[in-house]
Every structure is written in C-alpha cells, then in structure tokens.
Ligand binder design. Structure first.
Ligand code: UT7
Length: 325
C-alpha cells in the first residue's frame, strides 16, 4: 500500500507584546526615523505585529506552537520521531533550534534538525518531512516555523523594520494510507543572495559584518510575484489539479499586494485566500503555519479541503505544497 503523510494537528503562538503601527511609528520617531500608519498599511497591508521580549527565543515560541499542534493531533511529544524547525533566527549558532525544542518538549531520541530557507523555510521543511515519512525514515513529525525576526531588524531602516514580526506555527504530520500532501515544488536561485540577507557572521569571538536584515524591496517584490505564480502552477500540474480545485490558498504573509497579485494571476478570488499579514506582519518561516492554524481555528479551513501553501524568501528560495487536510 502506498504511504502518504497527512497533517493531523496545527498550532501557533504569538508573543503577547502586540505592536500596532501607531506604537511603532511613535517608537521610531524617538530615533528620528519617519514613517506613518498610512504608508505601512497602504504599501504592505500591515496594521500590527508581535515582538518577543528579551530572553525569549525561537525555541520558546516554537514550544508553545508545538504543544498546541500536538494537543490538536491528540498526540504526546513522546510519539514524535522527527522534529524539523524552519528558522532564520535560531537560538544559537549550534546546536539546532530543533534539538533545543526537542529537549523542552521532552521528546528526546528522534531525529531533529533545522532548515534554513528563510521565508520559504516551512515549505522546505514540510516537503522534507513528507519525503521522510513516505520513505519510512519517520512516522510522525513535528514541523515548526519559528522566528524572532525583531532581533535582526535595523530600527533605523524604515524600509525594513516596519515589515516583520515574531511568532511560531507548527503542524503534526503523520504517516497515512490516504494522501494528505499531494505534491510539492521547491526552488532556489543563489544568484539573488544579495537582495535579501543578513550578511554578518560569528568569527573569532565577535560578529563580523552587519548582523541586521538588508533588503532591496522592489527587486524582492518583482521576483516574488513571478515565482509564486510559477510554483503554484507547477505544484498543481504535478498533482494533476487546477486552480479551481483549490479551496484555500495560504501564502507566505509578506505584503498584501504580493498576495493579491498572486491570487489574481491564478484567478483565485481573495475570498479563497487566508490573510494574516495585517495582524502578524511578515514572520518569515512562521508565517504560513501561523496563517494555517489561524484559518483552522477560526473554522475557515475544514478537514478534507484542498490547500495551496506557498512561500518565497531570501536565497532566493521559493516553493509550494498542495495538500488535502
Ligand atoms: O518575505 C519576503 C521578503 N520580503 C518581501 O516580500 C518584501 C517585498 N517588497 C515589498 O513588500 C515592498 O517593496 C516594500 C513594502 C518593501 C516597499 O514598498 P514599495 O511600494 O516598493 O516602496 P518603495 O521602496 O518604492 O518606496 C517608495 C517610497 C520611497 O520614497 P521616495 O524615494 O519615493 O521619496 C521610500 O523612501 O516610500 C519610502 N519609504 C517609506 N516611507 C514611509 C520606504 N519605507 C517607508 C516607510 N515609511 N516605512
């Protein structure tokens, strides 16, 4: 019998400190950085984001999201034999945030590792977990996207610091005789490293280079809309489905204009698109599982429906997963 993988539970967590555009505008004004609620909302669709307090790490946010996903799946941490954490803001250089999370969960013994594909990280991680389950390398996985992007923002750079937030989302993915994940599609093009990066690194006891996010927003925007459409078409073709079979698109939440333009190119009405960027900002690898869990818990997304998940981010990386919930 063919072996598939299915999502059996979702969970998410936002750090309690909610920062509205008005809060951020006031904080930035104290540094002499000029921006406005109107600019942020009109250009990005963002109204608020959450920031983690000092001393709270990606593994802490991931832990809460993971506990909720396990509870929704009716599983204990001890039943998990694979943990993949997608993050670009790991707790440490090493060990992986997945190992730290595994220990916090008390799920010790199974495989655990991080995936670094920036905002496409959750799509990469879900694809790897699916492949490992299909080949029998794992039976029950916890796939987490967790980020504290507030730690790598330059709050003197108004073109980037208004865009991002912190949070975590998680799914439990289990072996199944019925298809959950129908197809996935992954890509990267390393020639675009410079348009979205944090160029600093740890060396000789210090940080060398710039440890804050640098982005050419317009270049990212242009690339994003093209590759998101292409990847959606490729994943649908692989699964022998068409856009009209999609009940919900759950895209990476970077900018409402990127989301709208992808939906339009795919002829998907916005009523079929899950949008959380207004309340979460861009939480990088956490954004898709956060949006998925939000949509499940508010009852929009129902079991049995077909979901198109897709992401794009630094690298440049992009990809999509088509699944039946
Ligand atoms: O997760 C994947 C990573 N990120 C993305 O997907 C982001 C992709 N890019 C974007 O979302 C958009 O390019 C941005 C939201 C970053 C920028 O929007 P834009 O419409 O491309 O604006 P722009 O960069 O063309 O800037 C327009 C103007 C500029 O002023 P001038 O040169 O026209 O006088 C900027 O200096 O807006 C100015 N500006 C701001 N003004 C107020 C840039 N940031 C701000 C700001 N507040 N925060």
């Amino acid at each position: 019998m063919k072996r598939y993988s299915r999502i059996t539970g979702t969970g998410s967590f936002l750090p309690p400190r909610r920062v509205t555009n008005a809060d951020l505008v006031a904080q930035l004004a104290e540094r002499g950085v000029e921006t406005s609620d109107e600019w942020i909302r009109e250009r990005t669709g963002i109204s608020a984001r959450h920031f983690a307090d000092a001393g709270v790490y990606s593994s802490d946010l991931g832990l809460e999201a993971a506990k909720r996903a396990l509870e929704a799946a009716g599983r204990s941490a001890q039943e998990i034999d694979l943990i993949i954490v997608a993050t670009s803001t790991p707790d440490m250089v090493f060990p992986s945030t997945a190992c730290i999370l595994q220990n916090k969960l008390g799920a010790n013994g199974g495989a655990a590792f991080d995936v670094q594909a920036v905002c496409s990280g959750f799509i990469y991680a879900l694809t790897i977990a699916n492949a490992m389950i299909q080949t029998g390398a794992a039976n029950r996985a916890l796939v987490v996207g967790a980020e504290v992007f507030s730690r790598i923002l330059d709050f003197n750079d108004r073109t980037t610091c208004v865009l991002f937030g912190d949070g975590a989302g998680a799914v439990v993915l289990e072996a199944s005789s019925k298809p959950g994940i129908l197809a996935s599609d992954l890509h990267a093009d390393g020639k675009h490293v410079d348009i979205l990066c944090v160029p600093g690194h740890v060396s000789g006891g210090g940080v060398l280079g710039d440890p804050v996010l640098k982005m050419d927003g317009q270049a990212v925007f242009k690339l994003a809309v093209g590759v998101l459409e292409e990847s959606a078409r490729l994943v649908l073709a692989k699964a022998q489905r068409s856009a009209s079979d999609v009940d919900w698109m759950i895209p990476h939440q970077a900018n409402i204009r990127i989301i709208q333009s992808t939906a339009k190119r795919l002829k998907l009405p916005m009523e079929k698109v899950i949008v959380t960027v207004d309340q979460h900002g861009n939480t990088s690898a956490a954004s898709i599982p956060l949006a998925l869990d939000f949509a499940v818990r508010c009852g929009k997304v129902q079991p049995g429906q077909t979901l198109l998940l897709e992401g794009v981010g630094g690298g440049f990386t992009w990809g999509a997963v088509l699944l039946n919930l």
